[in-house]
Ligand binder design. Structure first.
Ligand SMILES: [Zn+2]
Length: 450
């Protein structure tokens, strides 16, 4: 009960923070809506179905805010985010890495609260309250704290790790009816362990036989996603060696360890990955392995007519009807640009989404552009950041010209306006010479293993 009260308070608080202009619009819409419900047509209407149940409907002020979503999809239009038509086709590696194995992570930025982080990643609020019931300290978020979590297929938070500092980690794990809470302290000795192998059937199986965990394989695939596609490019006969830093206590490994460095040989080509002291991965030359993503898909900044809101309520049914993207009030014909390098995986028409484009960026990210008037790319086409891919429009289920833009990270829609986006900076110049020297030694040691 208290949860729903908190939720209502939160909505009331949000209403209170709206600008005067927004409040005015809300009030006008409220009056207008009332007028529609009070008005009884004297002539028979062609389509009476929409007003036939007017006596059963009650509108309360708390769900009014959703009525202000102009130039959006009609509230209640639910794009099933798991609809295969809205997703990049799964390759073999995607199938092998089950949803529950995917590790999500976030580093707390200045001013971020636990609630804001849950909202950004559309994590269930009910899970947050359950965490807080077990231990209130879950709400203590400080800049730089690393969070790691896993979710099941339904999105439920199954494990949350809060790395308070290098030694202490708070672990919340779902135990069926509530979360268990444990504090872990790192005390062991870190030693490098070398794992190596040769691809026989596919990379995943070979890496597993070599002793890598699904999490480590995921780290590899994710870090090298822009350089090498393990799902598509790995070939029989490829060789690999991985240095994993494992923690030992009394000679026994107490952790599966962190990937420190990788050497992968694919048809005479060497692919390298080395972890730096800043916790980021680079190639042996100290170059970033990331490709950056831009925040906005248009050059001009348009008003956001409807923000990302995983908890948006339908004004009439009161049911949660998530808005998985950000709507920009862009006039029809506005140029739309790819926010990052990638491959066009869909360029089609859909009754709800209208003309839409989906771009897959590496393994982790995908972007969707909906309600377009004109599509300028084809399925399978490679695009670079800033390439013009479409003109915005008002096609599909839409209440006015706008561009609906979605960012999907690890298969889940996230707030594209808020989440940290991948950066592509190299090792700091002051540290580069030292890094290159160390990285060369590390990779040479790996070369002895393959
Ligand atoms: Zn939208």
């Amino acid at each position: 009960m208290s949860k729903s009260i908190k939720y209502k308070e939160a909505i009331a608080a949000r209403f209170g923070t709206l600008s005067k202009r927004h409040k005015f619009v809300l009030l006008s819409l409220f009056l207008f809506t009332c007028a529609i419900f009070i008005w009884k047509p004297t002539h028979s209407l062609q389509s009476t179905s929409s007003v036939s149940n007017r006596n059963e409907v009650s509108l309360s002020s708390e769900n009014l805010q959703t009525l202000a979503d102009q130039n959006s999809e009609p509230v209640g239009t639910i794009f099933d985010p798991n609809d295969p038509e809205f997703n990049a086709p799964k390759d073999e590696l995607d199938e092998q890495l089950a949803a529950k194995d995917i590790l999500h992570s976030h580093t707390v930025a200045s001013g971020e609260t636990l609630g804001a982080i849950f909202n950004q990643y559309a994590l269930p609020m009910s899970d947050m309250y359950s965490l807080l019931e077990v231990n209130k300290s879950a709400a203590n978020m400080r800049v730089g704290v690393d969070l790691e979590w896993q979710q099941d297929e339904d999105g439920k938070l199954t494990e949350l790790k809060i790395h308070r500092n290098i030694k202490d980690t708070d672990v919340y794990a779902w135990a069926g009816d509530k979360y268990s809470f444990t504090q872990q302290q790192e005390e062991g000795e870190i030693k490098p362990v070398f794992l190596s192998g040769r691809v026989t059937s596919n990379f995943y199986n070979s890496a597993r036989s070599a002793g890598l965990t699904p999490g480590q394989i995921q780290t590899l695939a994710k870090q090298l996603q822009w350089k090498f596609d393990f799902g598509k490019e790995a070939r029989k006969g490829d060789k690999f060696a991985v240095e994993v830093d494992k923690e030992f206590i009394d000679g026994k490994a107490v952790s599966s360890g962190e990937v420190k460095a990788v050497l992968y040989e694919n048809a005479g080509r060497e692919i390298t990955l080395v972890k730096h002291t800043d916790d980021h991965y680079y190639d042996v030359q100290g170059r970033s392995l990331n490709r950056a993503l831009e925040r906005y898909p248009t050059h001009q900044r348009f008003r956001i007519s409807s923000p990302f809101d995983p908890y948006r309520k339908h004004p009439i049914t009161g049911r949660i009807s998530p808005h998985n993207g950000t709507d920009f009030a862009a006039p029809v014909g506005t140029s739309v640009y790819a926010t990052g390098d990638g491959v066009v995986v869909r360029a089609l028409h859909h009754p709800l989404a209208g003309n839409y484009v989906i771009i897959k960026h590496g393994r982790e990210y995908m972007t969707r552009y909906l309600h377009l008037s004109k599509i300028l790319v084809k399925k399978g086409q490679k695009v670079s950041m800033g390439d013009k891919i479409a003109l915005s429009g008002n096609t599909g289920r839409s209440t006015g010209p706008h561009l609906h833009y979605e960012l999907i990270k690890n298969g889940r829609a996230v707030n594209s306006m808020k989440v940290p986006l991948p950066q592509a900076s190299p090792v700091k110049e002051s540290e580069r010479a030292h890094f290159k020297q160390q990285a060369k030694l590390t990779i040479d040691a790996l070369r002895d293993q393959v």
